[in-house]
Write a protein that binds this ligand. Structure first.
Ligand SMILES: [Cu+2]
Length: 167
């Protein structure tokens, strides 16, 4: 009886976790490992159905999808300044994210969901120079991941360990 119960609980737990996906956190910071005004981590690889929680560790930031840098069929989003924001990403592809007030300072993040099919389009979107520099380094990480089936992108500087790959 105890064994049956334990098995049932374990199976329920497994069903729940696969149905709802995993949750990841991205903090919005005034000062981070990569400098001022950053998302940390600024690069994430997740699976469709996973949830991202944007945490307003420091005030004055938000998270907004960049036009042309999300998969077709994905919902754009824009969080309120200084508010925690939770979004479930359902479509495979790359999602380019910016902090609206600090886009010009290069406060951007890149989230890869599953096998990305929109890397070239996303990488071609015009963004301010500091955001471009940040994205160039982030797109190189997409290229280096095994899940990527995409686009040859020029090799950039070594990454700083912010790559959070999942098996
Ligand atoms: Cu910001």
């Amino acid at each position: 009886m105890t064994n049956v119960l334990t098995t049932t609980v374990v199976l329920l737990f497994m069903a729940a976790s696969s149905a709802f996906g995993e949750e990841f956190e991205i903090r919005m910071l005034d000062d981070g490992v990569k400098g001022r005004m950053v998302f940390e981590p600024s690069f994430l690889m997740v699976h469709a159905g996973d949830t991202i929680k944007f945490v307003p560790t420091d005030k004055g930031h938000n998270a907004e999808t960049i036009k042309g840098m999300i998969p077709s069929g994905a919902e754009p989003f824009k969080s309120k300044i200084s508010q925690e924001f939770i979004v479930t990403l359902t479509e495979d592809g790359v999602y380019g994210i910016r902090c609206t007030p600090h886009f010009g300072l290069g406060m951007v993040a890149l989230i890869v969901v599953g096998a990305p099919g929109n890397v070239e389009e996303a990488a071609a979107v015009k963004v301010p120079p500091k955001a471009k520099k940040a994205f160039d380094e982030l797109f190189v990480q997409v290229e280096m991941t095994p899940a990527s089936t995409q686009a040859r992108l020029p090799l950039g500087p070594d990454t700083d360990g912010s790559l959070l790959a999942r098996p």
